[in-house]
Design a protein around this ligand. Structure first.
Ligand code: CDP
Ligand code: MG
Length: 696
């Protein structure tokens, strides 16, 4: 195949002691004989993890913590909770929990396990993600949930008493919530020696995990005591027989990885034998772009158009489309799944033989100096690249096409990714720890401690929001109330301020819309019509107020799907908005507040938003080019995102909800404000910014 070469064949190999030209990954042979045919029970028995069933159960019985390492697809997530149930860990009302960093993975594995057990999802096997609880009290025995949801549950029940076993899955991902959980669960173990923890991971970070759980400030109880497990973690590696994956690098770097991915898929389809293709891109935008390019190109080449089944995969994808990704490939077709890094380890896809890896993923980065957190398309690590390649070797020998050079892989790619803890805004984490009574946050038992700068920044922001007091304790009532909301603290603060301004209904609508990806339908090639539709709802004050118009229109239409269709609004998203609203209203009432509406007093709503988001204020720079703004805090250059109703309107003062960076830093969800509201909402905060006082 042109453009790629096989390492070790034509060129001398660069030295990388870990990476050979051919990698062996463990892959179950369950599906080797044609997936979709073997019955579920037979498939279960063929998974690599099955051979270790007795050993795993023995370790869990005898050790407080068990670490399970095994390649993606070996059966950790779907099987271990079932083994535990079969061994009696869910008897007498106890529950087995299994956490995942991603919502989509939670739903997908829960429905798979329910299917394998032949039960209805939401009963014996259930799941909980933020704003969605599919469990039945006193019936659910195996519960899948995001690590963030389990953290929230600790606020109600700090010792997590209903769980007999907690499996922290995908620990190698080192998500912010996973890391917090690990530190907190270690504490819980001291108080609940009978609790069993399972840490499962796709990579061999087992040693550092093990030493984390072995080291304890207080000496743990000895194993000789009845019914108390050993404190030293048990470790087990569940290896299966691997299929080789041939790695092919591009000869030259590509300038556009979306186009490169598309042409690679087309040449695989033209030249390689049957087998599905998994393409790793970074997010919804480039995935949709690649999908539409691929559709166009395959239609142009008639021979291709019939054979390819093009399927995007990213979180926020409607359920029906998710299901297509997981259903067996129809005879004579070749699936092309274009995915974010969710398919790297969290989800197992059957039938993949070819992987196309663009070498990037979307990652959260926080800069404590500018106080800007954004999602950036950044290079992946070697560890991720290996995981991605491994997805090609599940069914039989496969190939991985890396859209970067071998030299780049060897010399430039970092060995491991940076834990999310060290590249995130910590405001939410600080609130959660504080509300769990952990006051000395720097002294907390972190797997990898966050930087002091980001910790200080978080404390400063929380202080200026009135969430922490002079002693860095949660304030009453604001701090404790904010901690109750499963939302970003700035949004929670906005809702509480709106409550004081008599417009909590409006603030809750805004919060609900901001907590889903987009309420607009993204249909290929109809940007103009979408823009026209947006104009119908556009408010001069900005995006937040425009959302109120959309919501009102939706209610006035009688929540009509046709109305949504006509206005380029995603009906499913609006239904979700209604659900989230209902939950937030209930929460507000539980906190003793009475939701109210200010009926068109837009300024009251704007002020409430400012009360939460004052630190995201920016000023138009008349000397700058092309609509440049400068952030008040750190004079960062930012621009209004083209999707905003204020794009090209450029009000003098704005605040934003979030930043996305591509070629520039773009503000998403922008609101026009009056600068006097900033000093009104946060006098301390803006007094600090002396150079700007004149400007205000
Ligand atoms: O967690 P781990 O990566 O070790 O494996 P798993 O997710 O438990 O997957 C074990 C097997 O179940 C794989 O062979 C998958 O093909 C299958 N599976 C599936 O068919 N559908 C799902 N939604 C999840 C798993
Ligand atoms: Mg798994």
């Amino acid at each position: 195949m042109s453009g790629f070469w096989k390492p070790g064949s034509e060129r001398p190999k660069l030295v990388d002691d870990e990476e050979g030209g051919v990698l062996f990954f463990s892959a179950p042979r369950a599906s080797a004989g044609g997936y979709g045919y073997a019955n579920l029970e037979r498939q279960r028995l063929r998974l690599p993890v099955y051979k270790f069933r007795t050993a795993i159960l023995y370790l869990i019985e005898n050790h407080a913590t068990t670490i399970i390492v095994g390649e993606t697809g070996s059966g950790k997530t779907t099987q271990v909770p079932q083994y535990l149930k079969e061994a009696g860990w869910a008897e007498s009302g106890r529950v087995i929990a299994c956490t995942q960093p991603r919502r989509l993975a939670v739903q997908s594995v829960a429905s798979r396990v329910a299917e394998e057990m032949g039960v209805k999802l939401g009963e014996e096997v259930g799941y909980t993600i933020r704003f969605e609880d599919m469990t039945t009290p006193n019936k659910t025995m195996i519960k899948f949930l995001t690590d963030g949801v389990l953290l929230r549950e600790m606020m109600e029940d700090p010792l997590l008493t209903k769980y007999s076993v907690i499996m922290v899955d995908e620990a190698h991902e080192r998500s912010l919530s996973t890391d917090m959980l690990l530190g907190l669960l270690k504490k819980v173990q001291r108080r609940r020696p009978e609790l069993r923890l399972i840490i499962s991971s796709a990579t061999i970070e087992a040693k550092s995990m093990a030493s984390f759980f072995s080291s304890s400030k207080k000496r743990s109880i000895q194993a000789s005591v009845d019914n108390v497990p050993q404190a030293v973690p048990g470790i087990i590696s569940v290896e299966g027989k691997g299929f080789p994956v041939e790695i092919l690098y591009s000869e030259e770097p590509f300038s556009n990885y979306v186009e490169a991915a598309v042409s690679t898929v087309i040449s695989i389809h033209g030249q390689e034998p049957a087998g599905d293709i998994l393409v790793f891109l970074t997010g919804q935008d480039d995935i949709e772009m690649a999908a539409s390019l691929l559709r166009e190109e395959s239609q142009a080449l008639e021979s291709l158009s019939s054979g390819l089944l093009i399927l995007p995969l990213y979180s926020g994808l409607p359920r029906a489309e998710q299901d297509l990704v997981f259903s067996p490939t129809p005879r004579g077709k070749r699936k092309v799944i274009i995915s974010t890094n969710i398919a790297e380890t969290s989800l197992t896809l059957e039938g993949v033989v070819y992987v196309v890896d663009c070498g990037f993923s979307k990652q959260r980065f926080y800069n404590p100096i500018s106080d800007i957190e954004n999602l950036v398309v950044a290079p992946i690590s070697k560890a991720s690249a290996r995981q991605r390649a491994g997805r090609a070797g599940r069914v039989r020998a496969g190939k991985c096409f890396r859209l970067y050079t071998e030299e780049y892989f060897v010399k430039e790619m970092a060995a491991e990714g940076i834990p999310e803890m060290q590249r995130s805004n910590l405001a939410s984490s600080v609130i959660q720890l504080k509300s769990l009574g952990i006051d000395n946050i720097l002294g907390f038992d972190w797997m990898s401690p966050p930087s002091p700068e980001s910790m200080i920044r978080a404390l400063e922001v929380l202080y200026s929001l009135g969430i922490l007091d002079d002693d860095a304790k949660l304030t009453t009532p604001t701090g404790f109330q904010v901690a109750e909301f499963p939302l970003d603290p700035m949004i929670s603060k906005m809702i509480l301020s709106a409550n004081n301004n008599g417009c909590s209904e409006e603030a809750i609508t805004i919060a609900a819309v901001l907590s889903i990806q987009s309420i607009w339908v993204s249909i290929r090639g109809s940007q103009r019509e979408l823009d026209d539709a947006k104009l119908r709802f556009a408010a001069a004050e900005g995006d937040h107020i425009s959302y109120l118009n959309v919501y009102k229109g939706f209610l006035d239409s009688g929540k009509s799907p046709q109305w949504c269709h006509k206005n380029f609004i995603n009906y499913q998203a609006m239904k979700k908005v209604i659900e989230i609203r209902d939950q937030l209203i209930r929460l507000l009432k539980r906190l003793g507040m009475v939701p109210g509406s200010c009926e068109g007093d837009t300024m009251a709503v704007q002020k409430a938003i400012v009360a939460g988001f004052f630190s995201n204020a920016c000023r138009f720079d008349p000397l700058g080019q092309n609509g440049m703004y400068k952030s008040l805090r750190s004079s960062q250059e930012v621009y209004i995102h083209p999707s905003s109703v204020l794009f090209r309107v450029n009000p003098k003062w704005v605040i934003y909800h979030s930043i996305v960076s591509t070629d520039r830093q773009y503000m998403r969800n922008v609101l026009a404000i009056d600068p006097s509201w900033l000093t009104e909402a946060a006098p301390h905060f803006y007094q600090l910014q002396k150079p700007y006082l004149g400007a205000l």
